[in-house]
Ligand binder design. Sequence first.
Ligand code: PLP
Length: 445
Amino acid sequence: MRTDILHAGASVLTYEIRNIVAVAEQLERLGVQVYYENIGDPVAKGEEIPGWMKEIVAEAVHDNATYAYSPTKGMLAAREYVAQTTNSKGGVQIDADDVIFFNGLGDAISKVYGFLKRTARVIVPTPSYTTHSSAEAAHAGAEPVTYILDPNHLWYPDLEDIENHIKYNPAVAGILVINPDNPTGAVYPVEVMRAIVDICEKNDLFIICDEVYQNMTFNGTVCTPLCTVIGNKVPAICMRGISKEMPWPGGRCGWIETYNRKRDPMFATYVQSILSAKMLEVCSATLPQVVMPRIKSHPQYWPNLQKRISLYERNSNIAYDTLNGLKGVLVNRTNGAFYMSVVFEEGVLNHKQSLPIANEAVRDTVVHLVTGAGVQPDKRFVYHLLASTGICVVPLSSFATDLQGFRITLLETDEAKCRSIFNTIAKSIRQYIDSHESNGHHYST
Ligand SMILES: Cc1ncc(COP(=O)(O)O)c(C=O)c1O
């Protein structure tokens, strides 16, 4: 190229959640039976879409209007429905003009960070759902600025760490909160949410709160929606969507709700710039917006969601009871969303450990992939686990963290299979950690 065409943020755009699929598919071709526990798609994991929901979609498909563009902000009826739902929680009150629809939250996330001034930073959690941390880092052309989610304290945000970052880094303009969280499965208590709002108020910051899993909590926990604690001063963007809850991830439909937008003229202009960006793109997909209020108002909507939540609760407890107390790892019980993050204690992993891999071609492939500089020890474990057992998880180090571990989903519908997967993982962790000491049982690279 006669001139450098690479964006300064190009190197921070990685998505291991999907990268690992390419490896899994390669091993599948070599005969490995793969259990995909890497991606948060309930439908891909066998979730049956209820007939009544399909009927609502089918009816809309017969209506010519659903083939038309929609207004840039989104269909008025859908935006009114969203505003009414938020207002019914009794906190901040919004109207349809405070809601903008996107082609999934992925689209919203890239615009929300993309139209922020380059030097203004949003502090993101570590570990962090990569779509946020990478988009934020790409907008700044720098590594993400992170605050700690503490695995020794139920994965709650370390408030002192947040305050210190704000104090010593004047570029921080906002805080990202994901509640319930991906990848940790934590649900934050109301006090934590209030404290974050207070920090923002004290330091004149705004909040981005991703609540895509808001209605998916269990084990006796409930989510505190930002709208109930935000008050009337701190400007905020709340993100929600249909991907996980409905579930319709392929519908690519999500929205932002803005709170206290007019309280700060600069924030109001920033939101306007996000809308203008959407205008250049014309609009988001019409069909999911048309059916969303109808589906969510259907009498079977909440019972159906509740049934799924019970399944995640069951899986969360199977996972926790199987892995808790295992030598060398730290786990917390997942209380929301459908992920669990397992952390290896410091120094437990090294570059000599391995798992037995019977098939020679599979073993050669993995040895090749984990050999060389820069391969994180948890990635080595994850690749060995995949090759040895077929269980496909995501290395925790790919979620903008120095912690070593892995993220696994809790979406398996078959209880026996779920138990078998976690028993196999427990056995593999023991075997992997001990493989170095037992010297030469398997192979080393
Ligand atoms: C916290 C969080 N936000 C947003 C998304 C993406 O949602 P969408 O399908 O609407 O792009 C995900 C997907 O896994 C997620 O976990």
